[in-house]
Design a protein around this ligand. Structure first.
Ligand code: AMP
Ligand code: GLY
Length: 422
């Protein structure tokens, strides 16, 4: 079978890497891909949001399965469009992907079905959102409701910061029309964990846990990013918590989406905070996490392709999912300045040396190939991923590889996985 992966980040390189190991797969394409996917698949120069062109490519090239990485094409309805043409595609429909596309929609579903999440209010008026802070004084979180590449969340310590955040999102439109509506919510505290599951709309198969590091700087300081590194499994996520999350969050949500006439198929990703009152939902995403996918997929024992197919076909109840016992860590190497402005086009050196280290896979994100050279081409450039018998050894191997790679203007965190060093 020929498989098309849509997207060009670290998550998609990891997906291509895992899919190409399947005995069911003869050829893998990646649109648009990056310099890493080019080494193991055929890159197709179509951007991830050009649905007409992607559809045409899939039809002309007899693609047996399309796997969508990023949220944008899902929210735009790529799955619906492919299915109308009888093409097999893995991911939720546009109506189901609204769970990620609109935080306001998502919070309202959680409220309606009694799923545990932070208390919140939704505003479409800038003035009313500002006025909210006449009464509220303590720490609070202000979120753009729409898609903002993981950056539309502002953590505020007091009312003035809250008003400033509302201005940034609704008046200055820093996240474009994603900020036409804001969600203002209770500030939760506790460790975070990302729980991803395969679902066919009825059965839910949870993956092992992973923990992301969202802040740009060591010690969880600095602005939030798409994710500066991740590791798996996350020891804070015990078996008891896992059962609770499956039975009280993931299953009920999938049932709720069905009841709403928006059956949910694909990856369901719950961002959770493990508060002292139990796990609470920060957000749902409609896709694999980036960078969580990198440490997860290097640990996944099972062939991923039959799982994708079972989600599409509604036969997930017949599947199981095995994991390697090792721990894994992914350190994101970013361009200096990310998540603010940064330079592109810097040549990257010693990639092969880093990738040749035992138990290391260097997943590319924002890279491109030009005249035989690998150049930086985005904020998050590489996801250096290593496995080991425990978190500490995976960390050591990942940072050994990171230390070999060079370009002009590297930034990475030096404490990925350190919370759970054991
Ligand atoms: P989200 O995109 O909604 O997951 O938010 C991005 C990040 O902001 C999360 O991973 C948390 O670190 C933080 N965050 C979001 N909501 C809250 C909240 N209610 N309380 C505290 N931190 C939050
Ligand atoms: N790593 C966070 C996300 O993929 O949304």
């Amino acid at each position: 079978m020929r498989v098309l992966v849509i997207g060009g980040g670290g998550r998609e390189h990891a997906l291509v890497w895992k899919i190409s190991q399947s005995p069911k797969v003869t050829e893998v394409f990646c649109a648009p891909g990056n310099a890493g996917t080019a080494t193991i698949a055929t890159n197709v120069p179509i951007p991830a949001d050009q649905i007409d062109q992607l559809l045409q490519f899939a039809e002309e090239n007899e693609i047996g399965l399309t796997v969508v990485g990023p949220e944008q094409p899902l929210v735009m309805g790529i799955v619906d469009r492919f299915q109308e043409k009888g093409l097999r595609i893995f991911g939720p429909s546009a109506r189901a992907a609204e769970l990620e596309g609109s935080k306001a929609f998502s919070k309202n579903i959680m409220k309606k079905y009694g799923l545990l999440t932070a208390e919140y209010e939704i505003f479409t008026s800038h003035e009313k959102a500002r006025k909210y802070f006449d009464e509220e004084t303590g720490p609070i979180v202000v979120k753009a409701s729409g898609l903002a590449a993981g950056k539309g969340v502002i953590l505020c310590q007091n009312a003035q910061e809250g008003r400033d955040a509302v201005d940034t999102i609704m008046k200055d439109k820093s996240f474009g029309e994603a900020g036409d509506e804001v969600v203002i919510e209770e500030f939760l505290e506790g460790p975070e964990v990302s729980v991803l599951a395969f679902t066919d709309g009825n059965t839910v198969l949870l993956m092992d846990s992973a923990q992301d590091h969202k802040a740009a700087l060591d010690g969880d300081k600095g602005p939030n990013t798409g994710g500066m590194g991740a590791y798996s499994p996350a020891p804070v996520f015990t078996d008891i918590l896992r059962q609770k999350v499956r039975d009280k969050i993931m299953f009920p949500l999938v049932r709720a989406m069905k009841a709403e006439g928006r059956p949910y198929k694909g990856i369901l990703y719950a961002g959770l905070m493990l508060t002292k009152h139990g796990p609470k939902i920060l957000e749902f995403n409609a896709r694999f996490g980036d960078p969580e996918t990198q440490p997860l997929l290097v640990r996944m024992e099972s062939d991923i392709v039959p799982l994708f197919e079972a989600c599409v076909d509604g036969t997930l109840d017949q599947c199981d999912l095995q994991w390697k016992p090792e721990s894994s860590v992914c350190v994101v190497m970013a361009a200096k300045g990310y998540p603010g402005s940064y330079e592109k086009g810097k040549e990257i050196f010693e990639l092969d040396e880093a990738g040749a280290l035992p138990d290391v896979v260097v997943f590319h994100a924002g890279t491109k190939l030009e005249d035989g050279k690998v150049l930086t081409n985005g904020g998050r450039v590489l996801g250096v991923t290593a496995t080991g018998p425990d978190t500490a050894s995976a960390i050591a191997k990942a940072y050994e590889a990171v230390g070999k790679i060079k370009w002009d203007g590297i930034h990475y965190r030096t404490d990925i996985g350190a919370r759970d060093k054991k």
